[in-house]
Design a protein around this ligand. Structure first.
Ligand code: ADP
Ligand code: GLC
Length: 493
């Protein structure tokens, strides 16, 4: 007898191609698509932000209103609507409530760069709406797989308010941590917004040093917790990386309920031989056998960004990243003048902390013919930089998985990374890239120098490095197999 398809509801606050701040979006969109192709019945639920509406329009997709629901928030009835849209064969449920989600930003106000003050209310609403949504559309999931703190209350509600609900009797919940540095911590005064009984506000529940912590709720109440690399799964059990939750993580691991499952790359989006952004903009695609075309892209990219007489002998170092402390900007900016003593070009695309944005603009004004800076969020340019650069710099303080080093490997753009989290699991020092251990500007510079020197002095060795990198396979296949096995295990519990 044919096995029934496993039903999985993926829930997140971002998913490509609709809403993206960082790697979470790439992962959720790709995971859904590929699991569906592998024969699971997968649906994805996200909030309907303004950018979601804009992207639906750009993509020319049809939205189907599904149903209206009401939930109770602090004794007030609040209405919302679920809409459905199909993309890449996957049904997306969009949770629509304009006063919460129809804004310019996703988590933060683009002007002030501050978190929206009602973020707790927005994601309590979203979490409760998900459970009503599943019931309303009649999608009875075997697994609800939720991602990061914005969804941390879903496992809690499943075990509390919805515990006796027969609709979810068989449903198990998997919680994935993409970044333990963002935990969704709120003042205790706001606890009542969750609608939960105070008995859950304890050290064994949602309480965290006197505050409410949604990430902790997700970890404690999910059947299993996963994170996005094996090294990070170990790191978060230590005070250095655990952000105060190392004890909770160790407990979860002790009971066999913490897993590290590495993300994959969606090569249909991120491969230089088929990249549509490269094709449209430069009229060029390339692969491991046509690396001269990568050089053509570099020349065009440098010229169109105002670099006069671009020189192929000078390596182009690239970064695409959120401008936040995690990504190593303090050590980069500390040695930036020393870096420019080398004969190099440096291009940066990013947005985030004003302090880093301003510093980068000012450095750019000192090195107009060596540096390119774009402050903003620009998906096409993120592909151009991956293709045009020779070296990709990723000196993260911590990195749960990291996707840009994987994209860099695929594009033959040699990564220089710090040995942490997913970076440690993916870049092989001297074989596919350069790796340094200690988080300081000197060690980073030493690794960069090795790369720059090899690029300059031995094109043969450099080419070999690029070829090794491009031959690596970080597709989703392995991850999906691991998730499938995990889902089976959880269902059997
Ligand atoms: P994180 O999720 O911590 O930001 P990842 O390496 O996992 O780091 O993923 C970052 C993703 O976000 C990549 O797809 C990267 O290309 C993209 N990205 C980051 N900053 C920008 C930007 N300013 N413009 C376009 N894409 C960006
Ligand atoms: C987070 C992490 C990053 C990871 C991404 C997707 O944003 O910072 O390392 O690759 O999530 O899992």
């Amino acid at each position: 007898m044919a096995k029934n398809k496993m039903k999985v509801l993926l829930v997140a606050s971002e998913a490509v191609p609709f809403a993206k701040v960082g790697g979470l979006a790439d992962v959720v969109g790709a995971q859904g698509k590929i699991m569906q192709e592998e024969g699971l019945d997968v649906r994805i639920a996200i909030p309907k932000y303004k950018v979601v509406s804009d992207n639906i329009e750009k993509l020319g997709l049809k939205v189907k209103p599904s149903f209206d629901f009401t939930i109770s928030l602090e004794n007030r009835e609040e209405k919302g609507r679920v809409e459905e849209v199909v993309y890449a064969g996957v049904t997306y449920y969009l949770i629509d409530r304009p006063d919460y989600f129809m804004r310019e930003g996703i988590y933060t106000d683009p002007q002030s760069r501050q978190d929206y003050p009602d973020n707790l209310r927005r994601f309590v609403f979203f979490s409760r709406a998900i459970l009503e949504c599943a019931k309303g559309v009649g999608f009875q999931p075997d697994i609800i797989h939720v991602h990061d703190w914005q969804t941390g209350l879903i496992p809690v509600y499943l075990r509390t308010d919805y515990k006796m609900d027969s609709f979810f009797r068989q449903t198990k919940c998997v919680f994935t941590i993409h970044n333990l540095a963002y935990q969704g911590i709120f003042p205790v005064e706001l606890f009542t917004l969750t609608g939960l009984d105070w008995k859950y506000f304890t050290i064994h529940g949602l309480e965290y040093y006197g505050h409410l912590n949604l990430m902790k709720g997700g970890i404690v109440y999910s059947d299993v917790t996963t994170t996005v690399s094996q090294t990070y799964a170990k790191e978060i059990q230590t005070p250095e990386y655990g952000n105060g939750l190392e004890g909770v993580m160790s407990d979860k691991a002790l009971y066999g309920n913490l897993y590290g499952i590495f993300n994959g790359v969606d090569y249909s989006e991120w491969h230089p031989s088929t990249d549509t952004y490269l094709k449209e903009h430069f009229g060029i695609n390339y692969d491991v056998d046509t690396l001269d075309k990568k050089k053509e892209i570099k020349l065009k990219y440098l010229s169109e960004n105002g670099i006069k007489k671009p020189d192929l002998n000078k390596p182009l170092i690239g970064i695409v990243s959120r401008l936040v402390d995690q990504k190593g900007w303090d050590i980069i900016l500390e040695i930036i003048d020393q870096l420019f003593k080398e004969d190099i070009y440096f291009t940066v695309l990013g947005t985030g902390k004003y302090e880093y944005e301003n510093r980068l603009r000012s450095v750019k004004s000192n090195y107009p013919d060596k540096m390119i800076v774009e402050i903003g969020f620009d998906i096409p340019n993120s592909h151009y930089i991956e293709a045009a650069s020779d070296i990709y710099l990723m000196p993260s303080r911590f990195e749960p998985c990291g996707l840009n080093q994987l994209y860099s490997l695929a594009y033959g753009t040699v990564p220089v990374v710090r040995y942490t989290g997913g970076l440690a699991d993916t870049v092989k020092d001297g074989k596919t890239g350069f790796v340094f251990k200690n988080y300081n500007p000197e060690d980073m510079m030493a690794a960069l120098k090795k790369a720059i020197d090899m690029y300059r002095t031995s094109q043969d060795k450099w080419k070999k490095l690029m070829e090794n990198a491009m031959k690596e396979d970080w597709s989703w296949k392995k991850a999906i197999k691991s998730y499938n096995e995990l889902y089976d295990k959880v269902m059997a519990k």
